[in-house]
Design a protein. Structure first.
Length: 667
């Protein structure tokens, strides 16, 4: 047949028009030529020749390249997919090879059809011929048998297939203010940024699923992104649609002055094309970067991994590359969705460990991990999820820690640099503090919640792996709803999160090595016995009253016992005098360690099952009633680490703090 297919005139094809056709169970969108299958079309003539060689007569034929299909024939899905195909740049190519495909069916209970490349026939000039690198597949799955694709079953097994994909970074797009266009950043000799801190923000902007989309919130979202609380060096956005990205990067060109580098450009620019899905992750940055996608097995789900090279702290050891991953994990609180989230996080962390094992990471985005203990416990009671899924949620958190990742919000709270907002009303259960999705106080969240039982959830996070190079300097929310003219105005159903990450100071890598090598070595040895003798030191400390005496120790024991009786609602003989609320009061700090002095106060921590707000309201009531017993509230302290009451109990100064932790109380 090859001799009949020899073409004296090259076959040049241009796909310029998007179209679609309805089939029984779906709607197919394609790119086609502008000749619409006319008989003198090169592709139609080629097909006629092939049919003649196979002994078949000609038939009507519309040359097309299938772009996608909808499940069923909903009009909105058809319009959305057709609009996406219309955004594709025109495709030009020359036909030099005819491929022969054979439809085959895999073996097994979950068998499926697939196309295998049987062979090729050259029909053009030698330079037009094409040879596949892989004989059976256009894209090869590592460690897989091409004759037997794996069924859509074991997600963990499916995700493991992606670990060995070759990483092919593409450069970020850079904005050219002279031409008002986005184009690939090609400067290879980019000067090192030499920054001392990197600020990372993450924001789920809430895509409009209806088509055509509503653009009413677009200006408000962009104003939020540009606000003082949100601006950062790296911005990770989730649920970005084609239309919103057009508005963000094309209509509002003020964004480009802050973030001149982006992973995806505006689809309306004729040489860029549309985003791959309806809800997309997009990264914007002040600094140039390269990036690639890490596909998850679930359709339309993947992570974006950006690498910023040469980010260093001025005058310090080079940080090398900073790796920033943007994620939007599968939503929902079901047995299947939690298992999927675990597989997706495992895929990402294994990928980062394999390709960036020695570099610091930041993973930012919407993790969709339910954090409210009330929601989880209620879902188990409702049999919405199994007890195994509760354990699986804990496993996800444990694997995050095992990967060396720390939660920026948690670290900021411990170090007193957390500036996040708190819910305005209602009591909080464990896991609801620092929430970024709050149906109780955000009307958009109330309209989109499905599995949260209207409880606040901390879905959005910024995780980081320090590698002794990074530390959290500040953490805050942005995009919190505001009341304007008596109505709540919210840009999204999620709050944004921002972390300022400081690069640790270290010894410079050039010039100081010699100085270090010239320093005398430190030799460790046991001290002389005269210096090891502590009798004299103890005697001096006792003389100056540095060690507490028995009376002072007894007074503190009595004060602690009195405080426990008052707060727990028990009498001196232990009989309950008030309704029993599960609470545990333990000493902490220097008193608990046995290293307190006569001037030390007693730090106490109360652990319970109720919210902080409810506890302190109850505690103030009970302490006020006990004033006749020598108990006084000196001061209420509102710190970034939480609320604290400074007390005096029979002349002993005590600090009282509270932690809601039902599981700890049970243990």
């Amino acid at each position: 047949m090859a001799q009949h297919l020899t073409q004296e005139t090259p076959i040049d094809v241009e796909l310029v028009q998007a179209g679609g056709f309805v089939q029984k169970n779906n709607f197919t969108v394609f790119l086609g030529t502008d000749d619409r299958g006319e008989e003198d079309s090169p592709l139609v003539s080629l097909r006629t020749t092939v049919l003649q060689a196979l002994g078949q007569g000609p038939s009507r034929f519309t040359p097309h390249l299938t772009i996608g299909q909808t499940q069923g024939n909903p009009l909105l899905s058809q319009s959305y997919l057709l609009r996406k195909a219309q955004r594709l740049p025109n495709i030009h190519f020359r036909v030099g090879t005819l491929g022969i495909l054979i439809r085959e069916r895999t073996a097994g209970t979950l068998s499926t059809d697939y196309m295998r490349l049987y062979g090729t026939i050259d029909i053009g000039a030698p330079g037009d011929a094409w040879r596949p690198h892989i004989p059976d597949y256009w894209v090869k799955l590592p460690n897989s048998n091409p004759a037997a694709p794996r069924p859509d079953g074991d997600e963990t097994q499916q995700e493991s297939l992606l670990d060995d994909y070759e990483v092919r970074d593409v450069p970020a797009l850079c904005f050219d203010p002279n031409e008002s266009r986005w184009s690939p950043h090609t400067c290879e000799n980019q000067k090192e940024a030499e920054v001392k801190e990197i600020t990372v923000s993450s924001y789920n902007v809430l895509v409009d699923t209806e088509y055509p989309p509503d653009h009413d919130r677009d200006p408000l979202i962009v104003d939020t992104i540009l606000s003082e609380q949100a601006t950062a060096d790296i911005l990770v956005l989730q649920e970005v649609s084609d239309d919103f990205l057009d508005y963000l990067l094309f209509t509002r060109q003020d964004i480009a002055h802050i973030y001149p580098f982006v992973s995806h450009g505006p689809p309306c620019q004729n040489d860029l094309g549309p985003l791959p899905s309806l809800r997309n992750v997009v990264i914007l940055s002040r600094y140039p970067f390269s990036w690639h996608s890490v596909p998850f097995h679930r359709k339309h789900k993947s992570a974006l991994v950006a690498r910023l090279r040469g980010v260093t702290a001025s005058g310090t050891r080079g940080l090398g590359s900073l790796v920033v991953a943007g994620v939007h994990l599968t939503a929902g609180l079901t047995d299947g969705s939690v298992a999927t989230k675990k597989a997706q996080m495992g895929t990402l962390t294994r990928h980062l460990e394999q390709h960036y094992g020695s570099e610091p990471w930041v993973i930012a985005g919407d993790f969709n991990l339910v954090t409210s203990t009330y929601t989880i416990e209620t879902s188990v009671k409702d049999q919405s999820i199994s007890s195994e899924t509760v354990s699986l949620l804990a496993t996800v958190e444990a694997e995050i820690r095992e990967a060396g990742l720390s939660d920026a919000w948690s670290v900021a709270r411990v170090e007193g640099v957390d500036e996040t907002s708190t819910t305005g009303s209602g009591d909080l259960f464990e896991g609801e503090e620092g929430a970024t999705f709050d149906p109780q106080n955000n009307r958009l969240a109330a309209g989109t919640t499905t599995t949260s039982h209207d409880r606040p959830q901390r879905y959005d996070r910024i995780l980081f792996r320090s590698q002794d190079s990074l530390r959290i300097d500040r953490f805050n929310h942005f995009g919190v709803p505001e009341m304007i003219d008596g109505a709540q105005v919210a840009a999204s159903d999620h709050y944004g999160v921002r972390a300022k990450i400081r690069v640790n100071e270290a010894v410079a890598s050039t010039g100081n090595e010699a100085a270090i090598s010239n320093q005398p070595a430190v030799e460790y040895k046991r001290v002389d016995e005269t210096l090891a003798e502590t009798t004299s030191l103890v005697s001096v400390l006792e003389t100056h009253g540095m060690f507490p005496n028995e009376d002072q120790a007894s007074n503190r024991r009595d004060a602690l016992a009195s405080l426990q009786h008052i707060l727990l609602g028990t009498s001196d003989d232990g009989d309950p005098a008030q309704p029993d609320i599960p609470l545990v009061i333990v000493p902490v700090g220097s008193y608990a360690l046995g290293v307190w002095t006569a001037d030390s106060d007693v730090d106490c921590l109360c652990i319970g099952t109720i919210s902080s707000k409810t506890f302190f309201r109850l505690a103030r009531q009970r302490l006020a009633k006990a004033e006749v017993k020598g108990v006084r509230i000196l001061r209420k302290v509102e710190a970034s680490t939480g609320t604290m009451l400074e007390l005096s109990v029979n002349g002993i100064f005590m600090d009282l703090q509270y932690c809601p932790a039902p599981q700890v109380v049970e243990r």
